[in-house]
Design a protein. Structure first.
Length: 428
């Protein structure tokens, strides 16, 4: 297992490119199950979670070409041919490391009429059930049984049928799962209160390129007319808005001036607004974003997470770290997940002053944090601890960075490229 050694206090400078989005690449890889030929995805980030999804598709009998090697490196690409799928199942050892494995359920039911998917267990950041996915698929005619911890799913004899579905809670992967089931179902499906996250739209656009008929993309009501077959297509994965926000927070906290290339600024509107409110200087030019900040010059800003276009829960931990060093007190409210403040205990070890009351954190900025050893508990928490260490005086260690590698494309190397003093060592 690797850990990161970080020497804080170095300002950041230079430029860095944002990779493809994890949360778009995952449903897009699952969408390959729907096609009668290969799906080619470009701008694929190098992530542990995508390797897991690749293994899962391979386990089912698909031909998976992930990160093909070429002279001097590899291509950021996945070519996925699931036309020879033999085993429509997602076993526990793969699902347990990645809840997003549940994204294969809708495509398997739509294309193969059956699926066996291990029930995702509890997760560090909350209960995270998939009951809403199952209820929506049941409305389309699917039947479910539970056996040995697996969901045994079956579509009716004539295939899934379109349905009028309203999600009582906005669910990102739930919307994607049902959308992918609906594109090959008989008749029309309406998804009301659909998630509007840009990653849902990116998946929808790839499905349209494959021949799907989806109306209302980018809105909260999707209208899907089932078709008989989806064909090969090629799609470039959208840039990762959470990675972009994390890099932004790194520069804001460590201080300095750097350019973040390749982010889609529209996807980040609310996040950028909060950074500006906190006193971070942002300048957009030709699609690049230049960020400038002085350590100690940030001021407190309140944030409450909500579904897109609101402030993303996946940026909460990083923003909280930033507020730990700002002037004044901020209130950070987490409305999406019930247990997403595990980074707080670790941040306190660096001297952060944070009080938790249910879903709210009151963060009193302390100016300078001081380095300490820390343990990452989940993906975004890992990023939060790294940011705190960059801004702290002295040395820090962040262990269990496999969480980080699941969802960030070599964040440590990108930060080192900006001048951060960060290195990776084996943790025995
Ligand atoms: C996705 C993202 C994750 C992000 C989250 C919220 C992927 C691969 N992951 O996760 O990074 O943090 O959206 O933006 O895209 N819920 C239920 N029942 C369900 C489904 C969800 O109660 O069947 C609840 C969840 O517990 C949570 C809320 O709904 O409280 C939203 O979760 P959801 O949007 O489904 O998150 P994910 O799709 O798992």
């Amino acid at each position: 297992m690797d850990k990161l050694l970080i020497e804080g206090g170095a300002p950041l400078s230079g430029s860095v490119r944002v990779s493809g989005a994890k949360n778009a690449a995952l449903p897009l890889m699952a969408a390959a199950i729907l096609a009668d030929g290969p799906l080619t995805l470009t701008n694929i980030p190098r992530l542990g979670d995508l390797r897991t999804m690749g293994r899962l598709l391979g386990h089912m009998g698909g031909r998976v070409g992930l990160y093909p090697e070429e002279a001097g490196g590899y291509r950021e690409e996945a070519v996925l041919d699931m036309s020879g799928l033999a085993r429509p199942e997602a076993p526990h050892d793969l699902v347990k490391t990645m809840r997003a494995s549940a994204l294969v359920l809708g495509p398997l039911l739509a294309r193969h009429g059956q699926a066996r998917v291990s029930l995702p267990g509890g997760c560090a950041i909350g209960v995270r059930p998939i009951d809403l996915h199952l209820r929506a698929l049941a409305a389309m005619g699917a039947e479910f049984d539970l056996s040995g911890g697996d969901i045994m799913a079956r579509a009716p004899r004539g295939g899934l049928a379109g349905a009028d579905i309203r999600f009582e809670t906005v669910t990102v992967t739930g919307t994607e799962n049902v959308m992918m089931a609906a594109v090959l179902a008989k008749g029309r499906t309406i998804i009301r209160n659909a998630a509007r996250e840009p990653e849902v739209s990116d998946t929808a656009r790839a499905l349209v390129a494959m021949g799907a008929k989806i109306g209302g993309i980018d809105g909260d009501e999707l209208s899907i007319e089932g078709v008989d077959v989806l064909r090969s297509a090629s799609h470039a994965v959208m840039p990762d808005r959470i990675e972009a926000g994390t890099l932004l927070a790194a520069v804001a906290m460590a201080g300095g001036k750097a350019t973040i290339r390749g982010a889609r600024l529209n996807d980040l509107a609310v996040v950028l607004g909060k950074f500006t409110e906190a006193g971070v200087l942002l300048r957009a030019q030709n699609g690049d974003l230049t960020v400038e900040s002085e350590p100690g010059a940030l001021s407190a800003v309140n944030v409450s997470t909500s579904p897109y276009p609101g402030f993303p829960t996946d940026m909460q931990a990083q923003f909280l770290a930033m507020m730990a060093t700002a002037r004044g007190a901020s209130i950070i409210t987490e409305t999406i997940f019930e247990n997403r403040f595990m980074h707080v205990a670790e941040l306190r070890r660096l001297g952060a002053d944070v009080t938790l009351e249910g879903r709210t954190a009151v963060v009193k900025g302390v100016g300078r944090l001081s380095g300490a050893p820390m343990t990452a508990s989940d993906l975004r928490a890992s990023a939060c601890l790294i940011l705190a260490a960059l801004a702290a005086t002295g040395s820090s260690e962040v262990s269990r960075v496999y969480h980080l590698d699941r969802g960030y494309d070599r964040l440590d190397l990108k930060l080192a490229g900006l001048g951060a003093r960060i290195s990776r060592v084996k943790d025995d």
